[in-house]
Design a protein around this ligand. Structure first.
Ligand SMILES: Cc1ncc(C[n+]2csc(CCOP(=O)(O)OP(=O)(O)O)c2C)c(N)n1
Ligand SMILES: [Mg+2]
Length: 338
């Protein structure tokens, strides 16, 4: 894992770019925090958090082409889908399971992202199914002579699932333009990483599939941006897939239905919170002279105004009509409207 402090200028990023990265990370965090409050006050049924993984998600998303590439995100990827164009309002509609939710019309649990216009592939609940899906999209792009990349994410626990190995192998054999990013938050629900993997690092698995594997500090968006951009360049120039592992802390329980005090020590949680990627990146921006106190206040106010607006809108929005329960579930036999 690289520890050197990268500078954004060395990556060709402007001050505006890194401020936009910070704002997207903060938006993901504030939306997630609001969702917990809504859940605990009985207004929404379920939350599965991005907290602790925003830097990895946003750093990676910024390294892709959001107007061209396809993404197959997993349930924690609020930072990825925000950058690809899903709005806070749309994410809140999903949290409230309202009819207007673009992901599934309020039918799936939150975190099952899917939005055709932004090339976000819909995901299934069985973890890791998105890997062969993304590889298939990359193969389709190859056959159609398009130059988009398929970017897929999953947790480290999910990298033990068969779909990961089948998808990675197929991508390696056919040198497909795929980036597989494993967000290693060191837990799979209650199972710590040392009880999940026989190898030292998830990225060690890349060699078995003929692709480079790299592990980076997922708390730093710049480090993740750098390796994903390199992987994107490889993919676009026909050199094939890459495996990236981003190491982070999961700052919340697995989900709103989990109590992590049953299996995690207070010290472990405190260690994660002391290395909060949002705080670390804010410090980087301050030290670089980019983030001033007044700018920080302005960003916070802008983000919170949008979170509040999204919450109010989604809370007041109607649920899907009972008679439309099967809409989007079955294709119509007559080829008519679904
Ligand atoms: C095939 C399958 N097995 C089990 C589950 C239940 N499940 C949901 S999330 C999860 C843990 C996944 O851990 P990891 O891949 O590390 O992702 P994280 O939640 O830590 O981000 C499990 C076991 C599932 N959804 N699908
Ligand atoms: Mg995990």
């Amino acid at each position: 894992m690289q520890d050197v402090q990268l500078k954004h200028e060395d990556l060709g990023l402007t001050n505006e770019d890194v401020l936009a990265m910070f704002e997207t990370m903060l938006m993901a965090r504030r939306l997630d925090e609001r969702m917990w409050l809504l859940n605990r006050s009985g207004k929404i049924p379920f939350v599965i958090s991005c907290q602790g993984q925003e830097a990895a998600q946003v750093g990676a998303a910024f390294a892709l082409d959001k107007n061209k590439d396809y993404i197959a995100p997993y349930y924690r990827d609020m930072g990825v889908v925000l950058h690809f164009g899903m709005t806070p309002k749309e994410l809140m509609l999903s949290a409230f399971a309202k009819a207007e939710d673009p992901n599934s019309g309020g039918r799936q649990m939150p975190g099952h992202f899917g939005q055709k216009k932004n090339r976000i592939l819909t995901g299934s609940s069985p973890v890791t199914t998105q890997v062969p899906h993304a590889v298939g999209v990359a193969l389709a792009g190859r056959l159609q002579k398009e130059d988009f990349i398929a970017f897929v994410t999953l947790g480290e626990g999910s990298s033990n699932q068969g779909d990961f190995h089948e998808g990675a192998n197929f991508a390696g054999v056919h040198k497909l333009p795929v980036i597989i990013m494993v967000e290693n938050n060191q837990y799979a629900i209650s199972v710590p990483v040392e009880r999940q993997l026989g190898c030292a690092k998830v990225s060690d698995r890349g060699i078995g599939y003929g692709m480079p594997g790299v592990t980076v500090d997922g708390k730093c968006p710049l480090q993740v941006y750098k390796v994903v951009r390199e992987a994107a360049e490889r993919a676009r120039s026909g050199e094939g897939p890459s495996l990236i592992e981003t190491v982070t802390f999961r700052l919340t329980a697995h989900s709103s239905d989990d109590d992590d005090r049953q299996y995690r020590t207070a010290e472990d949680i405190a260690e994660g919170k002391a290395k909060d990627p949002i705080v670390l990146f804010e410090k980087y921006l301050q030290d670089a002279g980019i983030m001033t106190e007044s700018l920080r206040t302005e960003i916070e106010e802008r983000v919170m105004a949008e979170v509040n607006e999204a919450t109010d809108y989604a809370e007041a929005a109607p649920y899907a009509k009972p008679e439309e329960a099967l809409k989007y579930v079955y294709a119509p036999v007559d080829g008519g409207d679904v």
